[in-house]
Each structure stands twice: as structure tokens, then as C-alpha cells.
Design a protein around this ligand. Structure first.
Ligand code: C2E
Ligand code: MG
Ligand code: MG
Ligand code: MG
Length: 284
């Protein structure tokens, strides 16, 4: 659109959303170069056993060192990555980087080594040959399949897509575990858990917050826990920020938890130190 500026007779551009569009376009362009420029990196957030405090896994979380804007979180660019299909090469990069990190934990911590949990978007699960490419990366990195968890959000499962379903079954057949992420934020009936090929339920942090504030939420979580037990699924409570939330989640039957109370997402070089610090002190 254009507006005639008063008095001068000149046409000026008048586009309120322009800077926004430019911003998006710029992000898309630089995101396309981010892998080659080594501007993507991962942080790792501990997943701990609520009973003992032991770290059983790390969730890999993507960050982008943007040339002009500094460090960006996934909320600022994942959607753009999905719309532009850049999520496919980026997702592959994430998988390989996360598997290599998990191999380093194995070398350092051996049988106590944590698994790595990787967020995978529905586009990836639906893309041709996704299960094969995961198998190829496991082969390439040497990571045993049971040390890898793939997280899929409830909303991408709800699309009830044959391709997604098929990929999940093939991956699980190969020993990879599948987690449903942000569980409880969608609108699926609990009974849905019976049908999906799954291993782990990650209870969304809104639920965790509700645990300490609402009797109804606590009953609901206890119901979910009972069902996940019956189905032999593990449960991870997300976003635990307070000791009160930790205790309540533990009491409600959640076995594992994740959140700022334990640790924020850590740069990779701090993960080994984190694991070290956890080793029981040698007997005096
Ligand atoms: P998510 O998978 O549910 O990841 C957990 C998010 O909660 C992370 O945000 C983490 O930093 C944050 N968090 C952890 N503990 C706490 C806590 O105690 N309190 C609060 N308020 N927040 C906490 P982050 O890193 O910004 O990631 C946001 C989302 O971006 C992730 O949600 C995931 O859906 C997506 N994402 C991250 N990495 C990737 C990736 O490699 N691929 C894809 N497709 N999506 C990714
Ligand atoms: Mg996740
Ligand atoms: Mg989550
Ligand atoms: Mg979440």
C-alpha cells in the first residue's frame, strides 16, 4: 500500500506490517545458512529420578546464535523452520549432534550414562525415510538405540497420521523410545494413551503447576499416573521449579522430573561436570 504524503505530492510507502515481514524473511534466510555457519547449538537439561535425584537423561534443546540478534530460543524460530521445511535438515543436524553428545556421556559415565531425549517435529516424523535416517545416524554414531528417546508433541500425534504412526512403530521396533511431550495441553482423551505406540509421557508444566494449587488437577494427575503404570509407561513431570512441586509430583506417583529446580538447560561442556558432581562421594 502507499499513502500520499501531505503537501509534497510524493508517494511514500506505507506498510505497517513491513518490518515484521522483513524480519520474518530475514530470519528464514539466515536460518537457511545457520547449519553451514555452525550457528546452531544444543543445550541439555537434566531429567532426574524424583526419588533419588539421579540424572537419568538429558533433553537436547536447540539454540541459535543469530549473527545480529544474539542467542535465540526455539520459540523464536522453530515455526519458521517448520513453515520453510528447513526443519528437516535442522532436525537431522540436531539428531546427530545429540547422539554424539550421548556417546561422550557414555565414554565418561559408562553404565550410569544418561539417555538423550530429542524433540522431533511432526514434519520430520511424516517425512519419507525418517525412521531409516534415525537408524543410519545410530549406526554412524554408535549410540545404542535404547539410549535415544524421541519426543513428539501431543498435538502432532493427534493429527492421527498413518505416516507418523508407521514411523513410530518402526522406530520402537528398533529399540528407540518414544515420549509424548507436553502431555495434557492438547485435548486428547486419556484413553488415547492406550493406542499410541509410546514409552514415556511428559506431563506438561501447566499440569505440574496445577498439582500444588488444585485438588482437581492432582486427582487428574493421579489418574494419569495410574493409567501410565497399567500401560508400563514412564512419566516425566516437566517444569518443576519448586521443592513443593517436586514433593507433590513425587507423591502423586511421577517417577521422573525436569525443571529449573534441578537445573536449567546446560551448555554441553557443563554436562560432564554435572554428571561428575553427582557421583556419590568416595567413602572417607
Ligand atoms: P519442550 O520440549 O517442552 O521443552 C521444555 C522447555 O521448557 C524448554 O524451553 C526449557 O528450557 C523450558 N523449561 C525447562 N524447565 C523449565 C521450568 O522449570 N520452568 C519453565 N518455565 N520452563 C522450563 P525451550 O528450550 O525454549 O524450548 C521450547 C520448545 O521448543 C520445546 O519445548 C520444544 O517443543 C521446542 N524445541 C526445542 N528444541 C527443539 C528441536 O531441536 N527440534 C524441535 N522440533 N523442537 C524443539
Ligand atoms: Mg521436549
Ligand atoms: Mg515438553
Ligand atoms: Mg513443554
Amino acid at each position: 500500500r502507499a499513502a500520499k504524503s501531505a503537501g509534497t505530492g510524493q508517494w511514500l510507502r506505507y506498510e505497517p506490517s513491513m518490518s515484521d515481514q522483513t524480519h520474518q524473511a530475514e530470519l528464514r534466510t539466515s536460518l537457511g545458512r545457520a547449519i553451514a555457519e555452525q550457528a546452531l547449538f544444543l543445550e541439555y537439561q537434566p531429567i532426574v529420578a524424583l526419588g533419588t535425584g539421579r540424572t537419568v537423561g538429558f533433553e537436547a534443546l536447540l539454540r541459535w546464535r543469530h549473527p545480529g540478534r544474539g542467542r535465540l530460543l526455539p520459540g523464536e524460530f522453530i515455526e519458521i523452520a517448520e513453515e520453510s521445511r528447513l526443519i528437516l535438515p535442522i532436525g537431522e543436524w540436531v539428531l546427530e549432534a545429540a547422539m554424539r553428545a550421548a556417546q561422550r556421556w557414555r565414554a565418561a559415565a559408562q553404565e550410569r550414562a544418561p539417555y538423550v531425549s530429542v524433540n522431533v517435529s511432526a514434519h520430520q516424523f511424516r517425512s519419507e525415510g525418517f525412521a531409516d535416517s534415525v537408524a543410519r545416524l545410530l549406526d554412524l554414531t554408535g549410540l545404542p538405540a535404547h539410549r535415544l528417546v524421541l519426543e513428539i508433541t501431543e498435538s502432532s500425534l493427534l493429527r492421527d497420521d498413518d505416516k507418523v504412526w508407521h514411523a513410530l512403530e518402526r522406530l520402537r521396533g528398533g529399540g528407540v523410545r518414544i515420549a509424548i511431550d507436553d502431555f495434557g495441553t492438547g485435548y486428547s482423551a486419556l484413553g488415547y494413551l492406550r493406542q499410541v505406540p509410546l514409552d514415556i509421557v511428559k506431563l506438561d508444566r501447566l499440569f505440574v503447576r496445577g498439582l500444588t494449587t488444585s485438588r482437581r488437577q492432582r486427582d487428574l494427575v493421579e489418574g494419569i499416573v495410574t493409567l501410565t503404570r497399567a500401560l508400563s509407561l514412564d512419566i516425566v513431570a516437566e517444569g518443576i521449579e519448586t521443592e513443593h512441586q517436586r514433593r507433590t509430583a513425587d507423591a502423586a506417583g511421577c517417577t521422573y522430573g525436569q525443571g529449573y529446580l534441578f537445573a536449567a538447560p546446560l551448555p554441553e561442556d557443563q554436562t560432564l561436570r554435572w554428571l561428575d558432581g553427582e557421583q556419590p562421594a568416595p567413602p572417607a
